[in-house]
Write a protein that binds this ligand. Structure first.
Ligand code: GZL
Length: 345
């Protein structure tokens, strides 16, 4: 790889020069390649709202490190698109080689992405998508198929309720949605709303949990005030599910999959938060749809392909599974494709 060869050559040259000096260098010095030998990447992350997000950030920072040949400028948007737009404009001023964007919401990016394009800086999207007039404003995207995640979870709920002999009209479900307007929320909510229409479930209400534990708890408490016959809670990430379970138990109710005998079944997305995986193991969360956050190496591979003169695929999806400790369902089928359930033990 041209850049790495330059870095290696520079390192060898610098080490040779140091060892030729008349005075003996007493301590070993690691020579860092100067910034111009590295690929400079400006990474605008949307925030730190969840365990998924923190894991995603860690993956990106580890992959786009100096030892891997990168000079990374990382900016946390703190859940505000305006902060991300400011960061992108700063990256343009700094003439970075690439901009990597994890967008908070889908809309509002046309102007700043046009500025990046005019500056000749390739933009790689990671995780959520953007809704722009011209898809040429970004080079490529890598992330999850969020609607498929929702379809898989809805299919699991359908298969489970059929297995226990529950009529669809007796499924009284609420949705604690993620950050409104984010691709993850749009896709997961659509997967559920389509299933409600197809199967005839009773969707009682939807509240925004913003992918956080606090809002998941507040939203669930509000729903329990308003409805006394909820038997399925669809949480659009693990942090919301943990908060929702706190609220359900604080109201004196029991979480679990025995919904025919009064338990409230909680399902979730991500599969990153340790406590959520523990809950899945003991049946407090009945099913988790995996949402894989480890995009660092994937973004690194996309940059290396572009550096090598290749044209990567525009959309790069990661494959994901379902986690559950509920017995009786070993796989589900969505649009003719089978997905196995990974037991949580
Ligand atoms: C999904 C990601 C979502 C996660 C949440 O790829 O955008 O945002 O599901 C996170 O945990 O906050």
């Amino acid at each position: 790889m041209k850049t790495r060869a330059v870095v290696a050559a520079v390192l060898l040259l610098l080490v040779t020069l140091v060892s030729c000096r008349s005075s003996v260098v007493e301590e070993s010095t690691t020579v860092n390649p100067s910034e111009e030998e590295l690929i400079t990447v400006g990474f605008s992350q949307l925030g730190a709202e969840s365990d998924w997000r923190s894991t995603n950030t860690e993956s990106m920072l580890t992959a786009l490190s100096a030892e891997n040949g990168y000079n990374l400028i990382y900016k946390n948007g703190q859940q505000k698109q305006s902060n991300q737009i400011t960061a992108i404009r700063m990256f343009i001023q700094q003439e970075v080689d690439y901009i990597v964007l994890a967008p908070a919401t889908e809309t509002g990016w046309d102007t700043v992405l046009e500025e990046a394009k005019e500056a000749g800086i390739p933009v790689i999207l990671v995780d959520r998508r953007v809704d722009v007039e011209n898809d040429n404003l970004y080079t490529c995207w890598v992330g999850s198929d969020f609607e498929l995640e929702g379809q898989k979870m809805a299919t699991w709920i359908y298969d489970y309720t059929c297995m226990i002999g529950m009529a669809p009209e007796d499924v009284h479900i609420v949705n604690i949605q993620g950050s409104l307007g984010s691709t993850a929320q749009i896709g997961r909510s659509k997967g559920l709303s389509d299933a409600v229409r197809i199967y005839g479930w009773d969707l009682l209400d939807e509240v925004c949990g913003d992918f956080t534990e606090t809002k998941g708890r507040e939203g669930m408490a509000q729903l329990l005030q308003e409805y006394d016959h909820i038997n399925v809670v669809y949480c659009e990430n693990d942090n919301e599910a943990i908060g929702a379970i706190d609220a359900i138990e604080a109201a004196g109710k029991t979480v679990g999959s025995d919904i025919k005998n009064g338990e409230i079944m909680v399902v979730s997305f991500d599969g990153i938060n340790i406590k959520a995986l523990e809950y899945a193991k003991i049946g407090k969360i009945s099913c988790i749809a995996e949402c894989n956050p480890l995009h660092g190496p994937r973004v690194q591979a996309l940059i290396e392909a572009i550096e090598a003169g290749e044209t990567p695929d525009k959309f790069n999806y990661v494959s994901e599974t379902l986690f559950s400790s509920v017995s009786g369902i070993t796989s589900i089928e969505v649009e003719g494709k089978s997905y196995s359930i990974t037991p949580v033990t």
